[in-house]
Design a protein around this ligand. Structure first.
Ligand SMILES: O=P(O)(O)O[C@H]1O[C@H](CO)[C@@H](O)[C@H]1O
Ligand code: HPA
Length: 290
């Protein structure tokens, strides 16, 4: 699975966007399933449909609008992906992660990845927000890895370190913001595991993931985070627990995507407050540090 996009492709898309907008985003927010609302807190919005952006994949999954929204949160220029791409849609991991490198070339410094996932950790509850502390790249173990193929040094090194993929500072900051907003009772930290999907896990698979140390499971985030870390972007990951994964053969509830979307939409407002306040504090901190 080598890269199907050349540096010229990334450059062409970047230049097209820089021509079309005066926004120069510093923070990129990737909105997971049903979380497009996260962009609603932004002002001075300018929106592009993915289908109109050269080389951009399009969203094929319900709950992913397929729009790139530029805007500002207080004084911070941001870009929001309302919908992202998955391996199970038939995209290569190079296409899945294409926007990340565009953001890098546009001057973005930090990426905030959000998604919906199933809770594996028995202490979790539906509606919890899990700060991703680490991940397990299960498709990566099987060679489905976005950095396979010739390495382009213009983006990053051949063998990137992944033990610090999720910025400690950003995790601390979002924890502080969470407690300031009174959200501490449903904010968790944990390990996210990516599976390729599209089926939800069998009970035996879920039990295996629990034994492996996974706290939640989903079908996204990891390729985007890996490519972001490779090209030197700071990463924060927030995963909304939309369902509890069955670990028990006697459990009657069956998970489905409609339920995932319903919970995402129900919790999007809380997550939006967390994300917008986080971005405000992030900006204040970078001003103080400079
Ligand atoms: O990871 P996001 O896109 O938020 O969505 C999660 O929800 C969908 C399944 O309901 C899958 O796409 C899974 O990855
Ligand atoms: O239970 C799940 N499994 C995998 N992906 C998911 N995305 C939301 N919920 C789940």
């Amino acid at each position: 699975s080598s890269c199907c996009c050349s540096f010229e492709d990334y450059k062409r898309t970047t230049e097209w966007l820089l021509d079309q907008t005066n926004h120069r985003p510093k923070v990129a927010v990737i909105c997971g399933s049903g979380l497009g609302l996260l962009a609603d807190g932004a002002a001075h919005k300018q929106t592009f449909s993915y289908k109109d952006i050269p080389n951009f994949p399009v969203s094929t999954v319900p709950g992913h609008e397929g729009r790139l929204v530029f805007g500002t949160i207080e004084d911070t220029p941001c870009v929001f992906m309302q919908g992202h791409f998955h391996l199970y849609e038939g995209y290569s991991l190079c296409q899945v992660t294409f926007p990340i490198r565009i953001f890098k070339l546009m001057g973005v410094e930090s990426v905030l990845v959000t998604n919906a996932s199933g809770g594996i950790c028995p202490d979790f509850k539906v509606g919890d927000i899990m700060i991703i502390k680490d991940h397990i790249n299960l498709p990566g173990f099987a060679g489905q890895h976005p950095l396979c193929g010739p390495n382009d040094e213009r983006f990053g090194i051949r063998f990137p370190c992944m033990s610090d993929a999720y910025s400690k500072d950003l995790r601390r900051l979002v924890l502080d913001v969470g407690s300031e907003l009174g959200c501490s009772s449903f904010i968790r930290e944990g390990v996210y595991c990516m599976v390729s999907g599209p089926n939800f896990e069998t009970i035996a698979e879920a039990r295996m993931l629990l034994i492996l140390g996974c706290d939640s499971v989903g079908m996204s985030a990891v390729p985007e985070v890996t490519v972001a870390k490779h090209c030197g972007l700071r990463v924060l990951g927030l995963s909304l627990i939309t369902n509890m994964v069955s670990l028990d053969y006697s459990r009657e509830e069956k998970v489905n995507h409609e339920e995932v979307l319903q919970i995402s939409k129900m919790r999007a407002e809380v997550l939006q407050k967390l994300v917008t306040t986080f971005i405000c504090r992030y900006q204040q901190q970078s001003i103080n540090n400079n």
